[in-house]
Design a binder for this molecule. Structure first.
Ligand code: NDP
Ligand code: GUE
Length: 306
């Protein structure tokens, strides 16, 4: 049986469609009430994984009835100019959410940019005032990829309480938030990174293995426990045997599929859910803004009252 027909293949498409259908309903109500949602993406320079993400954001926002605009800046822009652009978007009442695509060029401190986004417009939950929410088990707006990866693990039906989970990669935007989300669910979590003595020794103990590193085929069959769930978050552009550019993950799916009980495809796994959650977070942000507006001005507001 080919993997694509196999139920062990954890496909993100159906999960993403469910989320987008619900976002679409919320967005239609908000628009009818005079509060259309609008997401602004900020891209600095050129990165293949960002191009894929932004292309899908645009397409799915249109499907969900959320406005979308990409602001592209050259790689030699200064941090000050970018901060000024972000402050302009913070002050614009038509803008619901702002996402700063990572990575940004090395001369720009990403943390300063993330902190410049108003916390009410922070649709990724990356502002220093937002990221703590997941530590406190307040999970309604979490970093999108982390939330998407956990959502996909839940599709296995595995009981997360006490589950042995290993995460390879500890970035602020993916690995670390996954660890917090899974701790909230009661899993036992180990986080590996480039200083970990033996990633393989940890990975082989995992009932669920999350990989977010950015290195094609880093995880091979001998690093996976038989029967494990493998969640591949990597999005890497490479040239395939046919000479065409293609997207691959961090897991050597060809070999791992014979050992794992569940595996996420790339493309078609975590990626589509990430986009859907970004749109859902935009609606959560809108709802919070409307609640704040009502609390300040006392204006009646149906969504905020819900
Ligand atoms: N599907 C999706 O929705 C998304 C996919 N991605 C993809 O996920 C991947 C990771 O992204 P991101 O977290 O932003 O990347 P970063 O480069 O920020 O982080 C990579 C992490 O991997 C660790 N690492 C590097 N080499 C090794 C190694 N040999 N063994 C173990 N750990 C290692 C690094 O550790 P250290 O810091 O210690 O060096 C770091 O924690 C990329 O391919 C990206 O495109 C990202 C976001 C969303
Ligand atoms: N601030 C920030 N947050 C991110 O979450 C972030 C980022 N920066 N920078 C780039 C990476 C990469 N990333 C992707 C998300 C979805 C797809 C996606 O939709 N993939 C589909 C489509 C693939 C295709 O169309 O070829 C799939 O995997 O099936 C891709 C890549 C988010 N990232």
């Amino acid at each position: 049986m080919s993997l694509s027909d196999d139920s062990r293949y954890l496909r993100g498409g159906p999960v993403a469609q469910r989320i987008i259908a619900s976002v679409r309903e919320d967005a239609a109500i908000a628009t009818a009430e005079g509060f259309p949602a609008k997401l602004i993406s900020i891209t600095v320079g050129d990165t293949a994984a960002v191009d894929v993400y932004v292309r899908n954001q645009r397409a799915k926002a249109a499907l969900a009835g959320i406005g979308f605009e990409e602001r592209r800046f050259p790689a030699d822009i200064t941090a000050g100019e970018l901060e000024a652009a972000i402050h302009g978007l913070n002050a614009d009442p038509r803008v619901t959410g702002i996402i700063i695509q990572r990575p940004v060029p090395v001369h720009i401190p990403i943390k300063t940019l993330q902190a410049a986004v108003h916390p009410l417009k922070d649709v990724e939950g990356m502002h220093p005032a937002s990221i703590g929410n997941i530590v406190y088990n307040q999970l309604d707006l979490a970093p999108c990829t982390a939330a998407a990866s956990v959502e996909l693990l839940k599709e296995t039906g595995l009981d997360l309480k006490g589950l042995e989970v290993v995460i390879v990669g500890h970035s602020e935007i993916v690995g670390k938030p996954i660890a917090f989300l899974l701790m909230s669910e009661g899993a036992t979590v180990t986080v590996c990174h480039h200083m970990t003595r033996s990633v393989a020794a940890h990975a082989r103990r995992a009932d669920a293995l999350f990989v977010a590193v950015g290195k094609p085929r880093l995880i091979k069959a001998d690093m996976v426990k038989p029967g494990a769930a493998v969640i591949d978050i990597g999005i890497n552009a490479e040239i395939g045997p046919d000479g065409e550019s293609r997207i691959v993950g961090d897991v050597d799916a060809e070999s791992v599929k014979d050992v794992a009980s569940w595996i996420t495809p790339v493309p078609g796994g975590v990626g589509p859910i990430t986009v859907a959650i970004l749109l859902r977070n935009t609606m959560v942000a809108l709802s919070r803004q409307r609640a704040r507006y009502q609390a300040t001005y006392g204006a009646p507001d149906k969504l905020a009252a819900e």
